[in-house]
Design a protein. Structure first.
Length: 111
């Protein structure tokens, strides 16, 4: 259950980071309004706050988060950008998520 809660929190964190970076992209590359920077900044602030909610040392949190970010970014690529994912994309995401699981499992083993 701990691993699922942690993964869920990481997914929310990844979405906040991706939205915070995607909105300026829309402004700079797609002719969007400069006002997109307001929700982008708010989203990045939420991203930073969400990272503080984990019970592990920050370096472990960042390392484990990286695996979930990879998988979430690929899902974003499929859903938002409409790109098809290759077997290499799915395999890489699986490896990254496995690595995240190993790191998170280590949090409880060190206690």
């Amino acid at each position: 259950m701990f691993l699922l809660q942690t993964a869920g929190l990481f997914i929310l964190t990844a979405l906040a980071e991706i939205v915070g970076c995607f909105l300026p992209y829309l402004w700079l590359r797609k002719g969007g309004s400069i006002w997109l920077l307001v929700p982008a900044a708010l989203s990045l602030a939420i991203f930073s706050w969400l990272l503080t909610l984990h019970p592990a040392a920050s370096g472990r949190v960042y390392a484990a988060y990286g695996g979930v970010y990879v998988a979430t970014a690929l899902v974003w690529l499929k859903v938002v950008d409409g790109e098809n994912l290759s077997v290499f994309d799915w395999t890489g995401a699986g490896i990254a998520l496995f690595g995240m699981g190993v790191i998170v499992f280590g949090w409880t083993a060190n206690e």
